[in-house]
Ligand binder design. Structure first.
Ligand code: PMV
Length: 353
């Protein structure tokens, strides 16, 4: 597949409007997001509906770029992720393509080529950016004419956290009440440039995680004694975080984000057997961030289902935060990102058939 399809400046917002070169073939870019109020638990496994709402920030300098070409008459899908083919990932991609094909009422096979500019095993929600980019590109290739809310709903079916990467900046994913999931969608809370915080990611292991998030969520809901209080206390955390974001209140956002992160891990730790996603360096990084904050540095941490620590800070603090995290034994490297845009179409190719 032609990699030259990608324009050099993929983040140029004008590219959003340069569509209309052809059909069935498009490329899109999406960025990972990091939850500040965590999603951990599904109320419907098939529709991927969350037990609680969540709030996240979308990053900018880390991305997935995905090219999708539907080929009329082709029976099978061919999927390449970072230049390789992986059976488990291909299965998830094909399930996502099936949803797109169902919408378009076609049965064409597709060629999918997807690349990340960050290590897939770095615990950086590559499934969020991956499926947001896939849905964005696939919907464009089939000319489905979906708005961002509908795209977020489709992305949710493929990977829960992908629903939030459809939007940029600060994003809320609502739990929804309806059984069909039509009210469980992502909503933009604040654009990235309205409060341009930065994120340093301390990578403490590149080993693939042992228990994926879906399995971890199921196991936790079945066996953790804290499940009911996790669900009961989430609405208050969402309100606090939403208000802190709208008021650009860093200290309030720091407190509720660390609280939600630690509460999610306490919930998982209390499962039987307990899920321990941290290593020693993760814990040292948490102490480091807390020490910096006590010294007046505007920074807080959050950690997902893996050992990497994400330190969210004011732009003025990023140098100091990165330098401090790099000093910690066991930190392999520190990535750095600002907040960015939602998934966008970056190119549309002509139909070759
Ligand atoms: O949707 P998944 O399978 O990527 O699960 C995401 C789970 C967490 O990253 C731990 C929390 C979150 O809200 O992103």
């Amino acid at each position: 597949m032609p990699t030259t399809l990608y324009p050099a400046k993929s983040m140029n917002p004008e590219l959003r409007t340069t569509a209309a070169l052809g059909k069935f073939h498009a490329a899109a870019q999406a960025q990972p997001n990091i939850a500040l109020v965590k999603y951990w638990g599904k109320r419907d496994v098939v529709l991927n509906l969350p037990t609680t709402g969540s709030i996240s920030i979308t990053l900018d300098s880390l991305w997935t770029r995905t090219e999708v070409r539907f080929v009329p008459g082709q029976a099978h899908d061919r999927v390449s992720l970072n230049g390789r083919s992986d059976a488990a990932e291909t299965k998830r991609v094909v399930a996502c393509l099936d949803l797109l094909r169902q919408r378009a009422a076609v049965d064409w096979g597709a060629e999918v080529d997807s690349r990340n500019n960050f290590p897939t095993a770095a615990g950086l929600a590559s499934s969020a950016s991956g499926f947001a980019a896939l849905v964005r590109a696939g919907a464009q290739a089939l000319d489905l004419g979906l708005d961002e809310t509908e795209l977020s709903m489709l992305a949710r079916r493929c990977s829960g956290s992908a629903t939030r990467s459809i939007f940029g900046g600060y994003v809320e994913w609502t739990r929804g009440r309806l059984a069909d999931g039509s009210d469980s969608v992502a909503l933009p809370l604040l654009p990235a440039d309205a409060w341009p915080l930065r994120v340093a990611v301390a990578v403490t292991s590149i080993a693939a995680k042992q228990i994926g998030s879906s399995e971890g969520m199921r196991h936790t809901a079945q066996s953790s004694p804290f499940q009911a209080s996790w669900v009961a206390t989430q609405p208050a955390d969402l309100t606090t975080a939403r208000n802190a974001i709208l008021a650009r209140d860093f200290d309030a956002l720091a407190l509720v984000s660390e609280h939600s992160c630690l509460k999610m891990h306490a919930l998982a730790l209390a499962a039987q057997p307990g899920l321990l996603y941290w290593n020693g360096a993760t814990v040292e990084c948490m102490h480091c961030v807390r020490t910096l904050r006590r010294q007046g540095v505007p920074v807080f941490f959050t950690i997902d289902a893996g050992p990497q620590l994400k330190a969210v800070c004011a732009p003025s603090a990023i140098g100091q935060v990165k330098a401090a995290l790099r000093e910690i034994p066991g930190v392999l490297h520190v990535l750095d990102s600002g907040l960015g845009a939602g998934a966008c179409v970056i190119a549309i190719g002509a139909l070759e058939a």
